[in-house]
Design a binder for this molecule. Structure first.
Ligand code: UD1
Length: 306
């Protein structure tokens, strides 16, 4: 794929582990800061293929950080995850909670956070913001940009969306015996547009008033917990489609309730999520109904009926 840059130049996408290709990009443009989103993110796959995750996520990040340092670009925003809170003892999760990871994917996020903290300790010229995403859902309101996972979706809302467009017969609900309002898992869903705004706020913070940011971490969530059944009901309302459910046991590694404390981001980034689950489901349905097969056409790898 080709991506336009502010300078008017275009770059093909590259693998961060390709040091020479990365160097070429840094040779041709002077970057003031980098937002690092690149990484593999499927928990189950990371358990089966840990080396793939350590190689891709960790080595890719190290090469990026080394290249940035070589070119004197020492401002970074990194996509971390609420997964680093593990099964939290209490909610809402604040940024000072103890950290742990329960699978290789989560460990890569945690390790990269630690690498960033160490880098800043060793060289105070670095300014780094680690953003801990809660559960990003929804799509761009235009209906042109949305999530299109390959294969069977691992996450709740992409699966719900595929049931709604008829690509899958029913949603399996993993566990209805949790100590929550309706027995199903509770998460902090955040609209992707709010998440994107959180990144802009983070970059602005890195350049604020010439002062040093250091290495800071912020939760990006709404501060509200929503159960699986509440999310399904909101999507049914937005889409007018019935989502058939199959109740099943708990998914290994899942926790009961996770939602964010948002006060640090509100105070220091001047950022607050604007959208609720109604808008998340509305925009996700807009994307899904316009693009029932995502960015591609039905084929044997994505069509369960063939
Ligand atoms: C998951 C990952 C997390 C990762 C995030 C990326 C696990 C254990 N955690 O978060 O590390 O950062 O995705 O977006 O995989 N659910 C169903 N049926 C489904 C899918 C999900 O009932 O088919 C339920 C889950 O049990 C959970 C809720 O929906 O209660 C949200 O699940 P999901 O969207 O996978 O997100 P997390 O598990 O919170």
């Amino acid at each position: 794929m080709c991506y336009p840059l502010a300078t008017g130049a275009y770059y093909n996408s590259i693998d961060l582990r390709d040091r020479d290709a990365l160097k070429k990009i840094f040779d041709s443009t002077k970057f003031d800061a980098v937002i690092h989103f690149a990484g593999l993110k499927a928990v189950g796959e990371s358990v089966e293929k840990p080396l793939l995750y350590y190689n891709n996520n960790i080595i890719g990040t190290i090469i990026l950080l080394e290249t940035m340092a070589n070119y004197g670009c020492k401002k970074l925003v990194f996509s971390s995850s609420a997964t680093v809170y593990g099964w939290p003892k209490e909610v809402p999760c604040t940024e000072v909670f103890p950290l742990c990871a329960t699978n290789p994917y989560g460990r890569t996020k945690l390790m990269i956070e630690e690498i960033c903290r160490d880098i800043h300790c060793g060289d105070s010229e670095w300014d780094i913001i680690l953003l801990r995403y809660f559960n990003p859902v929804g799509a761009h309101p235009s209906g042109f940009i949305g999530e299109d996972p390959r294969g069977i979706p691992n996450n709740l809302m992409p699966f719900v969306q595929q049931v709604a467009v008829g690509r899958r017969p029913a949603l399996t609900v993993y566990g209805n015996d949790y100590s929550t309002k309706d027995g199903t898992g509770v998460r902090d869903y955040i609209h992707v547009v709010d998440l994107a705004d959180g990144h802009i706020a983070a970059v602005e913070k890195l350049f604020q008033g010439g002062s040093k940011t250091g290495c800071q971490v912020y939760n990006l969530g709404t501060g509200k917990g929503t159960s699986v059944l509440e999310m399904v009901a909101a999507f049914e309302k937005a889409s007018g489609k019935k989502i058939p459910l199959v109740m099943a046991g708990r998914r290994p590694g899942d926790c009961e309730t996770v939602y964010a404390s948002t006060s640090k981001a509100e105070k220091e980034l001047n950022w607050k999520a604007k959208y609720g689950i109604e808008e998340m489901c509305r925009d996700q349905w807009n994307w899904a109904s316009k693009n029932p097969w995502g960015y591609g056409k039905p084929d044997e790898s994505t069509n369960p009926s063939t």
